[in-house]
Ligand binder design. Structure first.
Ligand SMILES: *Cc1c(COP(=O)(O)O)cnc(C)c1O
Length: 352
């Protein structure tokens, strides 16, 4: 049975991308390898819309998140983190683990963080404000531009995890005043897991000088030095890099504007379809619906729906933690087209 994969991640990997991995291995110190890494970091600069360099990290996005904390902060530093679900909480937990003074701004699940409440927690001592672009646990998308405008004249670094957005939703690192932006290979970038990308503003590099936390694998100074050679300090995830090269070529052939338009169209089609079947969305504010992570209410039957859809060849996700049997989450990111939405809706209609 052919499968329709609409997971939140890892996402569907196109056949072209799979085939790009069927080849002999190469050393990550060869010119051939370096040219591929350069193609990827250049492509990511276009996706992040930034003049800053973008570095490739051999780890999933959580590694890039850890790199952010280790390299830019010191124990006791005050950081403000709106908690809207599992992924923003994970960042806060990580900040706790590194001994930071973590100020959580808590929201109900399904709510988006608002600029006013977050800014009321930011003081002249705040060293960083972390906003998850898409809260993948609840399908809420944040308005990074609005947070960037509010943080413009503050000392605090403006940091965003755009893991389930970048490459599917426009990200404008420089225009939005972001100091750190990061993402991973296995979401909208339609590749296997294993590689993440991170970019830092000059202000972030400046703050890194005073960071006293121990660092080794994720030492961004060292990662930057090797990036000048288009290499990684340690063994690169060479096959994920082969895959990503092909995925990046597919994205650039389609054109970023077309990719973003397709994501809007596919999301809108899914939204209209599930409403017609009598479902409603989980996020409280329609303006904050994520274009890539669709969280749909299915109280008491989410697990059953996930399982029944699976039997029909449609692979989606349930909720996380407390939402396990409350919502289903359907990915419209990366390699997802209107025909996939049709198959999802047809299968959902059969069981709803
Ligand atoms: C998937 C996801 C992550 C997790 O990253 P890993 O690849 O598992 O390390 C982090 N943040 C968000 C918003 C995500 O959607």
């Amino acid at each position: 049975m052919s499968q329709t994969i609409m997971m939140i991640g890892p996402t569907a990997v196109p056949e072209r991308v799979l085939n790009a991995m069927v080849r002999p291995s190469i050393s990550h110190r060869t010119p051939e390898y370096c040219a591929i890494q350069k193609e990827l970091t250049d492509g990511m600069q276009a996706i992040f819309n930034t003049k800053n360099d973008v570095y490739m990290v051999t780890a999933t996005s959580t590694g890039a998140m850890e790199a952010t904390l280790q390299n830019l902060f010191s124990p006791g530093d005050e950081v403000v983190i709106p908690v809207t679900g599992t992924f923003s909480e994970q960042f806060a937990t990580m900040a706790d683990a590194f001994g930071m003074n973590t100020k959580r701004v808590r929201y109900e699940l399904g709510e988006a963080a608002d600029v006013d409440r977050v800014m009321s927690e930011v003081t002249p001592d705040t060293k960083g404000v972390f906003i998850v672009h898409n809260e993948s646990a609840t399908g809420v998308m944040h308005d990074l531009e609005a947070f960037g405008a509010a943080l413009k004249d503050h000392n605090a670094l403006f940091i965003s995890d755009s893991v389930s957005a970048a490459g599917g939703i426009p990200t404008k690192m420089d225009d939005w005043g972001l100091d750190v932006l990061l993402t991973g290979s296995q979401k909208a970038l339609m590749s296997p897991a294993g590689v993440s990308f991170i970019s830092l503003s000059d202000k972030a590099w400046e703050q890194s000088i005073s960071s006293t936390l121990p660092k080794y694998y994720f030492d961004l100074q060292q990662i930057r030095q090797f990036d000048e050679l288009n290499q990684t300090p340690h063994t690169s995830a060479v096959y994920t890099v082969f895959a990503m090269q092909e995925a990046m070529r597919m994205i650039m052939e389609e054109g970023l504007d077309n990719v973003y338009r397709r994501h809007v169209d596919v999301h809108n089609k899914l939204l209209a379809g599930v409403k017609e079947l009598g479902f409603s969305m989980f996020p409280k504010d329609e303006k904050r619906y994520s274009l890539t992570v669709n969280a749909i209410r299915a109280e008491g039957r989410a697990k059953q729906i996930v399982s029944e859809l699976g039997k029909r060849g449609v692979v989606i996700n349930g909720g996380l933690g407390a939402l396990a049997d409350t919502i289903i989450r359907v990915g419209t990111m990366g390699y997802v087209y209107e025909a996939d939405v049709d198959r999802f809706l047809k299968a959902l209609a059969e069981i709803a």
